[in-house]
Design a binder for this molecule. Structure first.
Ligand code: AMP
Ligand code: ZN
Length: 656
């Protein structure tokens, strides 16, 4: 590579990596997979090694040069290999020929290829002791705490061998994914692209509470290592794993490549019926001794192949583009097209995200477009099949609900209606306030809210608490019983925990989890309202964008007034969850060397007190806590002049 092209590529990589870091740290919404991220980081590192002069402004310096940013590395004793991809039945027949040149009469097991992320789970005497991601196949990341939250992963096995390592796929079921995306859209957040990204993003969380809320699941498909039990075949291993209590992959044993192909076709035909997204079928030589004979190339085993199903893409006509106003005022365009059958259901709408997306695809009304379902769930426009020749669609400059001129978002991508009185925003805001995850007011759905709005009975959430039976009875289709029920539901919502109220306010970037963290950390609305940016950004998992958003919200007199009114109406303003201190707010600790307690225990303690625990030493580190045998991190701390504490000093700081 010459200098000029290295420079160009490095600039591209930097941009992608910086964006990925921001998505990961600040927005909690990674669009790159871990593996992709790691690959890009590796590529950039190599360029910078070859051309050191290009390294000056590298983002790799910021992240301490560690591709795995949050978790400790785990070296896989048995490499977690990838699979060779095949896209046609001819290639499968070639595969069979290569297998037969080594083992003359193979039996093939065929199973669905789950589209999630690969993990290794280790059990000692039946106890789940460690779980890790695949990483680059040789070294992954320790995500034990997060895997512990997945209920289908057995934590204890009955009649287990002394040591067992299994491999499986962690995934987000389609229903959980659909729910999560709905919630993200409702919060005007950029949703996850597909269940695999959602699973990856949820598993690589520093806060395992978030992982827990994401409803991940697992399917185990291999024994990596096992001491104390002889296994001779794949299907036999799966049977054994099922007996131990694992949810396992269902493999069908076939006698010939023809039979295997039939099974692959059959899985392909029912692929949409699986509760999870599958992107192919895997064919594996069943006999483990034959597998050993076949061995592996540098990348993948010679005894298996992944058949990838072509994505289902349909052509249809783009009829209309509807523009809706979200709760935070974002104008979102939705494509309306002639209905097509995709993944077993009729589809006629797809989100177009924003003007940039429309421009990128060059969409115009009347075009014949290509559509598919991302992750088997979310309808998506892939591109244009035939252009109508009409001009590319432009979003209106004015809010379709209130007519006020829309303004460009700070990101430069979205258009937003900033009119505080916009009826669409008020309506969406009330719907959000009353929704189940927020104030949970039963009977107060979109229809009722719009009725109340048009009757002029409510303007803001605080008005809900002054509604009378008489007023409700004046509405069409509202009887005595439903009026009483609604009033009771409104009354009941007064005693909700603070976290539900904080979420219900609909502060930008503050989802349900973030609201719960805020409530837990600050304990009362009063304390939260008066917290400054530093204190808020010290909450684990909070980036600058989220902290700014909270501060900005409470800086607004109108919002403060709303809180006052809610308080006067008797709405609970306190957290029932024990408040945690924040005496370590703004301080970042790095723990290194061996300490007398588990490192994680100290990290959690630090976080409970409002501090941050980081994995690598940088200029931002406040203290390095060095135990026995501390190495490079201690050296780095001394180089940077960062204060070093011993365990006793840390305890003193935590305890008083
Ligand atoms: P790819 O990521 O396309 O290279 O495909 C290989 C990956 O498929 C492996 O790393 C596994 O994580 C995943 N996979 C999903 N289901 C299975 C299965 N039933 N057997 C083997 N691998 C699987
Ligand atoms: Zn408006």
């Amino acid at each position: 590579m010459d200098k000029a092209s290295a420079e160009k590529r490095a600039a591209e990589l930097r941009e992608i990596i910086l964006k990925a870091n921001d998505e990961y740290y600040n927005l909690d919404n990674p669009s790159l997979e871990d593996y992709e991220y790691d690959t890009l980081v590796r590529e950039l590192r190599e360029i910078e090694k070859a051309f050191p002069e290009l390294a000056a402004e590298s983002p790799l310096r910021k992240i301490g040069g560690e591709p795995s940013r949050l978790f400790s590395p785990v070296v896989h004793q048995v490499p977690m290999e990838s699979l060779q991809d095949v896209f046609s039945f001819e290639e499968l027949i070639d595969f069979d020929r290569r297998v037969r040149s080594v083992v003359p009469a193979p039996l093939y097991a065929v199973e669905a290829k789950v589209d999630g992320l690969s993990v290794s789970l280790e059990y000692e005497n039946g106890r789940f002791v460690r779980g890790s991601t695949r990483g680059d196949g040789r070294t992954g990341e320790d995500v034990t705490a997060n895997l512990m939250t997945i209920s289908s992963i057995p934590k204890r096995l009955k009649n287990a061998p002394e040591f067992l390592e299994v491999r499986g796929e962690v995934f987000m079921p389609k229903t959980a994914f659909a729910e999560l995306v709905k919630m993200q859209l409702d919060n005007d957040e950029e949703p996850f692209k597909n269940p695999r990204n959602a699973a990856a993003g949820s598993l690589r969380q520093k806060d395992s509470e978030i992982t827990k809320s994401r409803k991940l699941d697992v399917i185990i498909f291999n024994v990596q290592q096992c001491s104390g039990k002889e296994l001779s075949g794949h299907t036999e291993s799966l049977q054994y794993l099922a007996e131990l209590g694992f949810p396992t992959s269902h493999a069908r044993l076939t006698n010939s490549i023809q039979e295997a192909i039939e099974e692959i076709k059959a899985i392909g035909e029912k692929r949409h019926e699986y509760p999870f997204d599958i992107d192919g079928a895997v064919i594996k030589v069943d006999d483990l001794a034959q597998r050993r004979l076949l061995g592996s190339t540098s990348k993948f085993p010679r005894w298996a192949a992944a058949f990838k199903y072509p994505p289902e893409i349909k052509e249809t006509k783009l009829l209309d583009i509807e523009v809706e106003v979200g709760r935070t005022g974002v104008l979102t365009p939705t494509a309306v097209f002639e209905p097509v059958l995709l993944a077993g259901t009729s589809v006629s709408r797809a989100s177009l995200h924003n003007q940039d997306f429309i421009n990128e695809k060059g969409l115009a009304l009347g075009d014949i477009i290509k559509v598919r379902k991302a992750g088997d769930i979310i309808p998506e426009i892939v591109g244009i099949a035939f252009s109508s020749g009409n001009p590319v669609y432009r979003l209106p400059q004015n809010c379709p609900a209130c007519g006020q001129e829309a303004v460009r978002d700070e990101s430069g991508v979205a258009l937003r209606c900033v009119n505080e009185e916009c009826p669409a925003k008020i309506s969406r805001g009330l719907i959000h306030f009353a929704s189940r995850d927020a104030m949970d007011i039963e009977g107060l759905g979109p229809a009722m809210i719009n009725q109340l709005l048009s009757a002029g009975l409510v303007h803001s959430p605080a008005d809900l608490y002054h509604l009378t039976a008489q007023q409700l009875l004046s509405l069409e289709r509202t009887g005595d019983k439903s009026a009483q029920n609604l009033l009771a539901a409104i009354e009941k919502s007064k005693s909700n925990d603070l976290s539900k109220l904080v979420y219900g306010l609909g502060i930008r970037h503050i989802g349900q989890r973030a609201a719960a963290l805020l409530a837990k950390r600050f304990g009362s609305m009063e304390a939260l309202m008066n917290a400054d940016r530093t204190a808020i950004s010290a909450v684990e998992g909070f980036g600058g964008i989220m902290a700014d958003s909270v501060v900005e919200y409470f800086a607004h007199p109108k919002n403060r007034e709303l809180i006052e009114k809610l308080k006067a109406a008797g709405v609970n303003m306190n957290s029932t969850v024990e408040p945690t201190g924040n005496k370590l707010a703004g301080l970042t600790f790095v723990l290194t060397g061996s300490l007398s307690r588990e490192r994680r225990e100290y990290e959690e303690w630090i976080e409970r007190l409002g501090g941050k625990a980081a994995g690598s030493v940088s200029k931002k580190t406040s203290y390095v806590v060095a135990g026995e045998g501390a190495g490079s991190k201690l050296t780095k701390a001394n180089e940077l002049g960062i204060k070093v504490l011993n365990e006793q000093e840390l305890l003193a700081l935590l305890e008083n």
